[in-house]
Design a protein. Structure first.
Length: 238
């Protein structure tokens, strides 16, 4: 964050899992600018592991960050955007919002929710001059993979070997061939968000990195069993 501050950005503390923090941030901006002109919902992280092996408390915490924080901030900025007759809401989803990898069920569920909320919201607010845009990154080289791998429950069967394989596959995807050749850095996402914010008529969705374009195309073309067959080459079945 210090790099952003040095570049001239004004920093504002914001916790998307805390109602008072979200209200205070929006109110401070509205006092200075009358309304929030653009909201980029970027907070999110990955919780990995077999669905049965992940504690519901941890799953709820992920939904609070990835989904409910996004939804509540959107609710808070919309009245000001309607008053101004203009606004942009950019929701950072993932290619994982439209496909699913084994061991990522809870994370994918949050991103599928972001996609659904965005589609409904786009229709509901367009008449007020507000655009809703979805960003769908593929493999992005940040600490995302380390956080995901670190969250995987390890231990006893029936999911011990499977969860270990999920961790290895996740790390390999981001740091191996696919990540190097088909991925990108966070700057690629930032430039796409900038286009979404400044375009006169933005697209409803932006796929980011060749990996997103490749995997989303494969998922669209393949039947469910065909997709499962491809995944079985990288993930052992419990």
């Amino acid at each position: 964050m210090t790099g952003l501050e040095a570049a001239g950005c004004r920093l504002l503390r914001l916790d998307v899992t805390d109602e008072s923090s979200m209200r205070a941030a929006v109110e401070e901006i509205e006092r200075a600018e009358d309304a929030v002109g653009a909201l980029v919902n970027n907070a999110g992280y990955s919780l990995s592991g077999a669905v049965e092996s992940v504690a519901l408390e941890d799953a709820r915490r992920q939904f609070e960050t990835n989904v409910f924080g996004l939804a509540r901030l959107t609710q808070l900025v919309l009245p000001g955007m309607r008053r101004e007759g203009w606004g942009r809401i950019v929701n950072v989803s993932s290619m994982g919002g439209r496909l699913t990898f084994p061991g990522g069920g809870w994370y994918h569920a949050t991103k599928h929710a972001v996609e659904a909320l965005s589609d409904a919201l786009r229709f509901e607010v367009q008449g007020f001059g507000i655009d809703v845009v979805v960003i769908e990154p593929g493999l992005i080289r940040t600490d995302f993979a380390e956080t995901a791998v670190g969250s995987i429950p390890v231990g006893e069967e029936p999911y011990g070997r499977f969860n270990a394989a999920v961790g290895a596959a996740t790390a390999g995807a981001y740091h191996g061939f696919y990540g190097r050749r088909l991925g990108g850095g966070p700057d690629v996402v930032a430039r796409t968000i900038e286009r979404a914010l400044t375009a006169k008529r933005p697209r409803t969705r932006y796929r980011v990195t060749p990996s997103a374009k490749l995997f989303l195309t494969l998922r669209r073309l393949l039947p469910d069993r065909g997709w499962d067959a491809i995944l079985s080459r990288s993930y052992p079945k419990p």
